[in-house]
Ligand binder design. Structure first.
Ligand SMILES: Cc1cc2nc3c(=O)[nH]c(=O)nc-3n(C[C@H](O)[C@H](O)[C@H](O)COP(=O)(O)OP(=O)(O)OC[C@H]3O[C@@H](n4cnc5c(N)ncnc54)[C@H](O)[C@@H]3O)c2cc1C
Length: 324
């Protein structure tokens, strides 16, 4: 008979780490965590530039932290250090390089299945997989000969390239700003105004545009792309054409609907999961972090979700254990 964990957490980003940290502090004994990457915090490792300033009150939204992780303004590196400390790897059963494909509700426990066919059982499940596992893609075709140079992050940028950054959120603003000194950057967003990003990011970008350091293509969309001598030939819907060595698509992430459905999580008409004030779905599965659909996501909100979830069941359990 396989052992049954008290809580299983899927995803070791800020939300999953906060859930495990609070669970340890609240005395929950058998904690299992799955992470498909080889280390925790894959979104931060992959999508944050080195030395990127990390804001606690992201996009100017003030969040009062409820839990025990003392997250403050810092950098990518200081944030990763904080999460490394908070994860408490020795106190939990953390399984890296392990992707979960399905969660089914049995009578008094959940069955959790990995993509390699292993199964685990737990009394509770927290889905904290974020949205960046599947980045949004454009709806026009990218020539297959250029696919390797159509990226979602700036990690492959070589310098001295003509780079087109497409998007209107924080990743797009941060990427364009970060690479503009070593590359010739064009910034394309289909709307005239950037309204969804952190005001600080918008200011940095607009200053560069005003100073002529970044070319702006605002309020225009891309119609099609052709390969011309190994470069992207981009046709905009205002009739102009641009030529670039590389394109960075910073279009945010997609809600992993199929995964949520395979965990019996119900979605509303906007394809957002239903959750109550304790982050619980009608299927009895908890959801934490960006996957809950909070505006653009935030690390501080993700940490509060972890606290919310653990206080929902742990206090009762600890009291029951003491009185038993
Ligand atoms: C460029 C950029 C800059 C940002 N800057 C800031 C900032 O300054 N301040 C701020 O507060 N927020 C910022 N954010 C937002 C912040 O990164 C997110 O809100 C936060 O990471 C959400 O945490 P999460 O735990 O919900 O999800 P994630 O951080 O996305 O973590 C999810 C984890 O789950 C794992 N996973 C996914 N699927 C599975 C599966 N099936 N099985 C097992 N594991 C799985 C992933 O590998 C990942 O490690 C920024 C985002 C971006 C993209």
């Amino acid at each position: 008979m396989k052992s049954v964990y008290d809580i299983a957490i899927i995803g070791a980003g800020p939300a999953g780490i906060a859930t495990s940290c609070e669970a340890v502090i609240f005395g929950v004994k058998k904690i299992l965590m799955f992470e498909k990457g080889d280390n925790h915090s894959q979104t931060i490792r992959k999508y944050f530039n080195d030395n990127k300033p990390v804001d606690k009150d992201w996009k100017g939204i003030e969040v009062e932290l409820k839990g025990h992780i003392d997250f403050q303004d810092g950098t990518k590196e200081s944030t990763l250090d904080l999460f490394e400390e908070s994860l408490g790897k020795k106190l939990i059963d953390a399984k890296f390089n392990t992707e979960i494909s399905k969660v089914s509700k049995l009578k008094n426990r959940f069955k959790i299945e990995t993509t390699t066919g292993e199964t685990y059982f737990s009394k509770r499940v927290v889905v904290a997989i974020g949205k960046m596992g599947k980045p949004n893609k454009p709806d026009y075709k990218i020539p297959s000969s250029l696919k390797l140079k159509a990226n979602h992050t700036i990690s492959d940028c070589k310098g001295n390239e003509d780079v087109l950054v497409v998007g209107g959120g924080d990743s797009a603003c941060e990427y364009a700003y970060f690479i503009h000194q070593d590359n010739r950057v064009t910034f394309n967003y289909r709307r005239e105004e950037i309204t969804k990003a952190n005001p600080k990011n918008v200011k940095n970008l607009m200053n560069c545009i005003e100073d002529g350091e970044i070319e702006a293509k605002l309020g225009v969309d891309i119609e099609k792309i052709e390969d011309e001598d190994g470069k992207f030939k981009v046709f905009y819907n205002d009739g102009t054409i641009g030529k670039y060595d590389r394109i960075i698509y910073a279009l945010g992430g997609v809600t992993p609907k199929e995964f949520l459905k395979s965990c019996s999580v119900s979605l509303d008409e906007n394809e957002k999961p239903f959750i109550d004030e304790k982050n619980k779905n009608s299927a009895g599965v908890y959801l934490a972090g960006d996957i809950c659909g909070s505006i653009g996501g935030s690390i501080a909100l993700a940490l509060n979700h972890g606290y919310n979830i653990v206080t929902d069941f742990a206090e009762v359990e600890v009291r029951e254990a003491i009185s038993a």
